[in-house]
Design a protein around this ligand. Structure first.
Ligand code: 8YV
Length: 329
């Protein structure tokens, strides 16, 4: 029987599914260190990860490893150049999380704009004595301008929801999306600078790469309207969190909603001291149905890539399909 490592706690019934095909080593505990991950992978043919870094040294320590299935759409934790050199397949879990993640983008954006968590903390702290005409005044979402940076599948799901809010949608992306999609979403392609200057609510939904590092820093925050909000449901590192803290403190922008952070789960401690930011612990895809779908899709990829199950040899979501069928190096 082929051997696999499941590097994280996941739904036990998905482990049971994997056990039908493989000898499963399941880390149902704390996050594995790089050394521990390499050690546990030494005799494995495949692995299921969720954000765990896998690079050249991990692959070198795992000579039998042929596939790593990430339970995430983002795969910046994989060094794909190293995967390609070693002929190891990487897979991800796109699409199944689009709607839940877009819903959450709206939740954060609206909570930031309407000061939902800030006012709740104030209420819980016992400060509410009377109604005031100017308590927690925020910015409108209905009828405002939404700026989406990263118009992929999740960005499109997010923009589609803007119709019901009668919003103008502007977007920026590495490449312009098809005209038919622009028409359907009533979305206008603009430069990043133009978007930052015009949007009332900026939402980041782009993948993290070396090119997208600090897409939003001090210079970009300075272009935004003082009444605007910034929401990041993409990846930590896309925003310069220290620059954001400064902008929020100075009311350079009105508010922010963050689900992801530089260095998470160890976020910049200054963020915790800023009232006009909504902070959540990387849960945009966290609905019962979506996390189950992601876990099962990661398992489907692993099973198929290791030549088992109904799709043997044809994993549904290969990131580097060019290595399929090539011998491990
Ligand atoms: C994952 C995510 O839950 O899919 C992604 O890229 O950010 C989340 O949905 C998280 O990355 C853990 O793997």
């Amino acid at each position: 029987m082929q051997k696999i490592l499941v590097a994280r706690p996941i739904f036990p019934d998905v482990i049971d599914r994997l056990k039908q095909y493989f000898d499963v080593d399941w880390n149902n505990g704390d996050v594995l260190s790089a050394e521990e991950l390499a050690r546990r992978l030494a005799d494995k043919d495949g692995a299921l990860t969720a954000g765990d870094p896998v690079g050249a040294s991990t692959l070198a320590a795992a000579p039998r490893l042929r596939v790593v299935a990430n339970m995430a759409v983002g795969y910046n934790n994989f060094d794909m150049a190293a995967f390609n050199r070693a002929n190891v397949l990487g897979t991800n879990t796109p699409d199944v999380l689009n709607e839940s993640t877009a819903d959450f983008g709206w939740a954060l954006m609206m909570a930031a704009a309407r000061r939902v968590t800030e006012s709740e903390h104030w209420l819980r702290a016992g400060h509410w004595q009377k109604w005031n005409y100017d308590s927690f005044l925020g910015g409108d979402v209905y009828g405002s301008t939404l700026g989406v940076i990263g118009m992929g599948r999740i960005g499109q799901a997010l923009a589609r929801r803007a119709r019901g809010f009668n919003m103008k949608v502007i977007y920026h992306n590495r490449t312009r999306v098809a005209e038919q999609i622009e028409t359907e979403l009533n979305a206008q392609y603009v430069s990043k600078e133009d978007l930052l200057g015009r949007a009332d609510h900026v939402v980041l939904v782009l993948p993290y790469t070396k090119d997208s590092h600090h897409t939003i820093g001090a210079a970009e925050l300075a272009l935004m309207k003082p009444t605007a909000t910034l929401t990041n449901i993409a990846r930590g590192g896309i925003v310069d969190d220290a620059a954001l803290v400064e902008a929020l403190r100075a009311k350079r922008i009105a508010a922010a909603g963050l689900d992801v952070y530089e260095g998470e789960p160890n976020l910049n401690p200054d963020l915790l001291t800023v009232p006009n930011v909504v902070l959540t612990p990387h849960i945009a895809s966290a609905t019962e149905a979506t996390r189950r779908a992601m876990a099962n899709l990661a398992a489907d990829n692993l099973i198929a890539a290791l030549g088992a199950g109904p799709r043997a040899g044809q994993p549904p979501n290969p990131i580097n399909p060019e290595v399929l069928g090539k011998a491990r190096t």
